[in-house]
Design a protein around this ligand. Structure first.
Ligand SMILES: Nc1ncnc2c1ncn2[C@@H]1O[C@H](COP(=O)(O)OP(=O)(O)OP(=O)(O)O)[C@@H](O)[C@H]1O
Length: 527
């Protein structure tokens, strides 16, 4: 057996992974794309590899490229960013939450843990309604997941059986990134839409409680609670509170019935829902001689231990098919957005024109004394006769723009940067701008140059660290999250444009005109 090359890694992939289409991306953000998991109304989901993960079992992620109609308007993107950021902080026990996302990308994408299991819709359609124990576990698990979302200010808005995954350790709520519009839901999704949502109302916690009731009724009976028919007929019955819960475990009928109240104010809170379902389980277990204290009740605080106990005792989920090991070669891992030479040259010409009148915002704060002068002389065109942008007067510290789309060799370098500055003070406290919106606030202030990035360079990033919980900016708008030069290089092979302050190493020898070495990078950003 020959030893595996360090450029190969082993990944456990699903046995039935569909191949990529010719136009599918081979790389999304930091991930290598392996195959297709499926396509829905809001985008395409790919199986992809997190090459940074050390364990074969955890390397597989699902990456969803969002192309939903809800994202067609420009103002949808800031809202998407806020929502993804909030979702990243949701307790992942019962909700599939984003690991990394890029809402600036075109199209935006998010990665999530790869989840194997069966959708509730398929499960019930194939096997009929769930038994009481499993139904109670599903009902509490979903209510717990919705509570976790609401605790972060996120209403799901489009909960339905096809977005509930029955996984080996319990149910999981999926598809939280984009709220399906009432128009999109009205077709086949009318059953799960509360009357106020069907009329076009916003996603709210009360509407999620309604969807919870409809899903639990369906899961318990195998039938649609408002019966079959055209969406308008179903909505009419929902608006009249005309549901049929025959066959649903008797103890659950009152709380499910109240959840389906056409009036949002008449619906129980999730806390009441959880208390009521726990009480049903405890009563049943007492009758059957099982354990369980009778401390539940419709308004008691949900008991996390009891929820865990219910799942442990009652959840016998479908075991997913075993994943198979696959060796992935990392060679040829390249950005999908490599520029042509023509694009780069065109960009340089525009930058040369932009030199005159370059501003100096932050230069006094961001550069050492005297370095602003060097930039000003660049702007006045004194460098025009110089053969190299890295001539002797170049400062050791410079504010620059790295645009991954301009990198000829995003993995091996040298890396192209453009000096930038700005005239105005950035407005703070207006929310976090996108990478591109932030970069546009900076003007070119010098010719592009080439540098190498020391793998162990100190890197303080703000937004480009990508994982939202890593966004730490100090009072001066500088990144505080520590990475290394290697991480920054990796980012340059896939990420959006970034504005950073770089510090170069002292030239080894007088007159050395090779690419300068960057030993420190600090991302500049506002909040
Ligand atoms: N985290 C994940 N892990 C594994 N597979 C996933 C994951 N997320 C989605 N999938 C799979 O990707 C496919 C598409 O899912 P997606 O939720 O985008 O579409 P959908 O539910 O079919 O339609 P819609 O977008 O209209 O809800 C489905 O087969 C789904 O099981």
């Amino acid at each position: 057996m020959s030893p595996r090359s360090p450029r190969e890694i082993s990944v456990l992939v699903p046995p039935d992974l569909a191949p990529l289409y010719p136009d599918d991306p081979s790389r999304i953000g930091p991930y290598l794309v392996l195959g297709r998991l499926g396509q829905g109304g809001s985008g395409t989901v790919y199986a992809a590899v997190d090459t940074a993960s050390a364990s074969a079992g955890d390397r597989l992620v699902a990456v969803k490229v969002l192309t939903s109609p809800e994202l067609e308007s420009a103002d949808a993107y800031p809202a998407l960013e806020r929502r993804l950021r909030a979702l990243s902080g949701v307790d992942p026990a019962r909700v599939v939450v984003p690991l990394v996302f890029d809402s600036d990308a075109n199209p935006p994408w998010l990665s999530m843990p790869y989840m194997a299991g069966e959708r509730l819709s398929h499960f019930v359609t194939k096997r009929g309604g769930l038994g009481t124990g499993k139904l109670v576990a599903l009902a509490t698990g979903l209510a717990e997941g919705l509570s976790a979302l609401h605790a972060r200010g996120v209403a799901h808005g489009s909960l339905r059986p096809s977005e509930i995954l029955l996984e080996s350790n319990g149910p999981h709520i999926m598809e939280c990134a984009v709220v399906a519009s009432p128009e999109r839901m009205r077709g086949s999704g009318a059953t799960w839409l509360s009357p106020e949502r069907f009329r076009g109302g916003a996603a709210t916690p009360a509407a999620d409680v309604f969807a919870w009731g409809a899903v639990v009724a369906f899961a318990g009976t195998g039938r649609l609670p408002f019966g079959p028919g055209e969406p308008e007929e179903i909505a009419e019955r929902a608006a009249q509170g005309s549901f049929d819960l025959t066959g649903l475990a008797r103890g659950l009928q009152p709380v499910v019935g109240r959840s389906l109240d056409p009036d949002p104010d008449g619906r129980p809170s999730l806390r009441e829902v959880i208390g009521a379902v726990i009480a049903v389980w405890q009563a049943q277990n007492a009758v059957e001689g099982g354990g369980g204290s009778h401390a539940g009740g419709a308004t008691a605080a949900p008991d996390r231990d009891e929820l865990a106990r219910i799942l442990e005792r009652e959840w016998h989920a479908v075991e997913p098919p075993a994943r198979v090991p696959e060796v992935i070669r990392l060679e040829g891992r390249m950005s999908n957005r490599r520029p042509t030479r023509a694009v780069f040259l065109a960009g340089s010409a525009v930058l040369a024109l932009a030199l005159v009148g370059g501003g100096v915002w932050g230069v006094s704060r961001l550069l050492a004394p005297g370095q602003g002068d060097a930039l000003a002389s660049d702007a006045a065109g004194e460098e025009a006769a110089s053969p190299s942008p890295v001539a002797e007067e170049d400062p050791l510290t410079l504010v620059v723009r790295f645009d991954p789309a301009e990198q000829e060799s995003p993995e091996s370098g040298p890396w192209v940067y453009t000096p930038v500055d700005r005239e105005d003070e950035p407005v703070r406290g207006q929310g976090i701008p996108s990478h591109s919106a932030w970069a546009e606030q900076w003007d070119a202030a010098g010719e592009p140059g080439e540098a190498v990035i020391a793998p162990d360079a100190a890197v303080l990033c703000a937004k480009f660290c990508a994982a939202p919980e890593h966004l730490f900016i100090d009072d001066e708008g500088r990144g505080t999250w520590e990475l290394t030069g290697s991480d920054f290089v990796d980012y340059l092979s896939w990420g959006p444009v970034v504005i950073v302050e770089v510090t170069f190493a002292e030239p080894a020898e007088e007159g050395d005109d090779g690419p300068r070495e960057i030993v420190r990078v600090t991302e500049l950003f506002t909040d």
